[in-house]
Design a protein. Structure first.
Length: 351
């Protein structure tokens, strides 16, 4: 098992990641899936690198349930492999980044309770790839109220931020304050453990995190602005990016045109052109958020090519693998719900 001791093995892990990335679904795979029902999707997955998961779960589940469980189990396996391969500082950087799935699971529990979903539905959507153990994840699935979640997590990295945001949740009735608090806790914890004064490999890691934080700040500010809630976006600003200060983002959140102009003139302008065009013409944030996801994937790929012997190829793979799972899930759920191919395609992010 890999440890934090010893020398980082960037070359070995990068080579393993390249092989895994080559196995990801491409546009042709997605076009085939769009024409299939949930059962056919599961059978198609059985002929790919999801074979072992589909076979192991096929006796207990079928249709969308089989697809869902196979996707989540496969995702966790691949990310566990990353930690098994990595040594030294590289292991530490990957482990800290994979806490994003703890953040995902907290938000999944909050959203499930908010929507009055049953505990099994919440449990099905959890991704067991972070640091939370099985016991805590099961407890998250079973709690009955938002307040219970906040209290349960009081000793984790999310505790203080959730407690501070709970009053805004109660006064607005919206999950936005709590979801933003989860993001803030995760990213501030990440940035607290690195410095851009270290070697070039770590500097690129910081650049990647800065981009992800900047994109998250833009997304969160626009969500708050368009919700109509009486919430100051600066109160949920995530430190560590390079594009805005808290006060600047708070001022720009209510003026989409100025915000778009500011981002266009930023170092991310070229990567975000399509996303910004989508925001200008969209009636909702959905298209913009999908375009943001695509832009972050492109930016991570760019950093990977600039310095292939760093953590950046690993992080780019994590994003790409997560996006593949999200895409397959969206197709399976869309087909089950009777959505058209065009409607499902709007939910996909494909590079």
């Amino acid at each position: 098992m890999s440890t934090t001791e010893g020398t980082s093995n960037y070359e070995y892990v990068s080579a393993r990641v390249r092989a895994r990335r080559a196995a990801l679904f491409d546009e042709e795979d997605y076009r085939k899936l769009l024409r299939m029902g949930p059962g056919e999707i599961a059978r198609y997955m059985e002929e790919t690198e999801y074979e072992s998961e589909v076979n192991a779960l096929g006796a207990r589940y079928d249709g969308v349930d089989l697809v869902e469980y196979a996707l989540n189990r496969n995702l966790a396996k691949h990310f566990d492999d990353l930690l098994d391969w990595a040594d030294g500082r590289l292991y530490t950087l990957i482990a800290r980044y994979l806490r994003k799935f703890d953040a995902w699971n907290v938000k999944t529990a909050l959203r499930g309770i908010y929507a009055d979903a049953d505990s099994q539905s919440i449990r099905d959507d959890l991704i067991r790839a972070g640091e939370f153990d099985e016991e805590l994840l099961d407890r998250l699935s079973d709690v009955g109220t938002i307040e219970d979640v906040v209290e349960m997590l009081d000793t984790t990295i999310f505790g203080d931020h959730l407690e501070a945001a709970y009053e805004d949740y109660e006064s607005t009735g919206l999950l936005i304050p709590l979801e933003n608090a989860v993001d803030r806790a995760y990213y501030e914890g990440l940035m607290g453990g690195v410095s851009d004064t270290e070697n070039r490999a770590t500097q690129l890691y910081v650049e990647f995190l800065q981009a992800e934080i900047d994109f998250r700040n833009v997304r969160n500010a626009l969500r708050i602005s368009r919700s109509g809630a009486n919430i100051d976006p600066s109160e949920y600003f995530i430190e560590g990016g390079r594009l805005f200060s808290a006060s600047e983002l708070g001022q720009l959140a209510g003026n989409t045109e100025e915000l778009i102009a500011r981002v266009r003139d930023s170092p991310y302008g070229s990567e975000l052109d399509e996303a910004l065009d989508e925001l200008e013409r969209a009636d909702s944030l959905i298209g913009f958020e999908h375009a943001l996801d695509a832009a972050l994937l492109e930016y991570s790929n760019h950093l990977s090519h600039v310095f292939p012997l760093s953590v950046c190829p690993v992080l780019a793979y994590v994003l790409a693998k997560q996006r593949e799972v999200d895409n397959i899930r969206a197709i399976a759920r869309g087909r089950e719900a009777g959505l058209s191919e065009d409607e499902i395609e709007e939910e996909l992010v494909v590079l």
